[in-house]
Design a protein around this ligand. Structure first.
Ligand code: FE2
Length: 364
């Protein structure tokens, strides 16, 4: 096997550019159970923006807002609404990650820079990926602070109870028609990822709309990026709707893993997180489709959790509605019980659920 030229240790953090980071932070704390870890803003010497760092399990989200109108952050939010700007990858060597990927054709965002404070130093570099989204390489072995230099540790100002979210399972990008293969090639050639699986419009089509998807994964499998593009259908693909409202390619959904999806989803629902709904008929032949599972069908039905099986085991999953007014970014909650796949058996039921939402928005 070829040597992995871009070793990645995992997802370092995911940074959103949002209109009001203070209020977004409260949503993620209250509704999703993320705990406040660090803050950067005017009080810490950062004059033009505010960032809140939230954590649950190994998942680290950063919510950033500009304090002024004419900034890159403000322009991003103006164009895209609240959305993911940075998929940051944890590396041992941010300089080498940058040199290697730029050498192989990546477009540079930021050459390696060293940031220091009393807790040590962090090296960060960055390259472009689809749309206005970027990958940062974060080398933090020489750092013991709460997040990054420039951030101060901060605790929740009210009781935040985690819901059992553990790690980022995968992050999905939507790209425009005809560009999926080019982005798959980017991840293969520039970042050394492997094509894991392909879904064509036969796999992913309903009566109305269709999409195609390819999943790429890095050498150790810690990072998985499915890439979607719209396909021709009778009506507008959900990917087209996304691209219209995001004004271009971007992150469609982030899948967060739990060890106890019944608990996690019950908590999220209690706290007001909205999920897509599949009809009750989905559960009628569930046992025939997936065989014996540990969970009671009645409990899954009550929470509207979906199940799919592959050769290695099964998985349980559910999708939220978009978490902002634009029909763009949403979350998947997933529990894997052996299965390494993505729930192909649920695509039809899910996409029909998405189409019902699209129709309500007048976008189908
Ligand atoms: Fe997913």
């Amino acid at each position: 096997m070829d040597q992995d030229f871009l070793p990645l240790k995992g997802t370092d953090h995911i940074e959103f550019y949002v209109g009001n980071a203070k209020q977004s932070a409260h949503f993620y704390q209250h509704a999703f159970g993320f705990q406040m870890m660090a803050y950067s803003g005017p009080e810490t010497g950062t004059k033009s923006k505010a960032s809140y760092v939230l954590q649950q399990g190994k998942i680290c989200l950063v919510l950033t807002s500009s304090l002024f109108p004419d900034t890159e952050i403000s322009r991003h939010v103006m164009a895209h609404g609240d959305g993911v700007k940075v998929l940051a990858l944890w590396v041992d060597d941010a300089e080498r990650s940058y040199m290697t990927t730029v050498d192989r054709g990546a477009v540079s965002v930021m050459a390696p820079q060293t940031y220091q404070d009393e807790f040590g130093e962090v090296v960060i570099s960055a390259i472009h990926t689809y749309g206005d989204t970027i990958h940062k390489f974060v080398e933090r072995s020489g750092y013991s602070g709460p997040f990054l230099p420039g951030y101060q540790s901060r605790e929740d100002s009210f009781t935040v109870v985690p819901v059992g979210l553990k790690y980022v399972d995968h992050c999905v990008g939507n790209v425009i028609l005809g560009e999926m293969d080019q982005w798959v090639a980017f991840y293969e050639k520039v970042m050394g990822f492997n094509l894991l699986v392909t879904f064509d419009d036969q796999d992913i089509s309903t009566e109305y709309s269709a999409l195609m998807s390819k999943v790429v994964s890095n050498g150790n499998g810690y990072i998985k990026f499915p890439i979607n593009e719209p396909a021709e259908g009778k009506k507008k693909s959900q990917i087209e709707e996304y691209i219209e409202f995001y004004q271009g390619p971007g992150v469609q959904h982030i899948a967060l893993a739990t060890d106890d999806i019944l608990f996690t989803v019950a908590e999220l629902r209690n706290r007001g997180v909205e999920f897509l709904r599949v009809p009750e008929v989905y559960y009628e032949d569930l046992t025939d489709r997936v065989g014996a599972i540990d969970e009671a069908i009645e409990s899954l039905k009550q929470l509207n959790i979906l199940v799919d099986r592959d050769e290695e085991g099964y998985l349980l999953q559910i999708f939220t509605k978009p978490v902002q007014d634009r029909p763009t970014v949403f979350y998947e909650i997933i529990q894997r019980k052996g299965a390494k796949s993505f729930g192909k058996g649920n695509f039809k039921a899910l996409f029909e659920a998405i189409e019902r939402e699209q129709a309500l928005r007048g976008n189908l």
